[in-house]
Design a protein around this ligand. Sequence first.
Ligand code: CA
Ligand code: CA
Length: 236
Amino acid sequence: MNVLNGGPFLVLLVLAMGCGDVVPRTSDGGTTKPCYSGPATTRGVGACKDGVINCAGGVCGKCVGEVTPTDELCGDDKDNDCDGKVDELGWREMAPMSMVRGYHCGVYHGGKVYIFGGTSNKTSKTDYKSHATAEAYDMATNTWSPIAPLLQARVGASCAVLGDKVYVAGGRYSDNTPSLQIYDIKKNAWSVGKPMNKLRSYSVAVPYQNKLYVVAGVGKGYLKSVAVHPQALHPR
Ligand SMILES: [Ca+2]
Ligand SMILES: [Ca+2]
């Protein structure tokens, strides 16, 4: 039977219920209705969803199956706190390096981050055992791979990239050094560059208009001077 041939009574019943007011029946003759106890603005957003309340004989049970906001969990590709943003809070943990490392330096080039030297432990109250190891992080695959080690270990060197080469300036070995080690990214090989005019560790290296600037640092005491390499290092 449909509304058209059901007579006036059925028409009035349908009009009184209105759209969306249809109450589903359960198998035991009871009814079900959606429920949600979280903030109204989060309802149906992200991971949040309604549960169901079953009612029978005038008695309703608890809301079952609802998902309400929880703390945002980073890295699971879900909007856990149901604010419309996925993984928006905090830092996401990526693949670790091959070893613990501090006072290293690094640069970005061509989709990879290159990390050089550094230290993992102190050899005295004031000095560190320096590493020659270097490794590259592939941003696309979240993986680390070893690359050719420095010619001599360094802690506190500064790095800058010009063209396809990384310039690793100064740093400490047994003492602060003025050295310049050059890593050719394409060849995965090292060469020696012109040393700086002063011992420099813990500096900041800056590439600018094809020249390498090394700013301040520690030599024979703390420095405020700026060194610039005499040649353009990556002529266009
Ligand atoms: Ca969120
Ligand atoms: Ca999340």
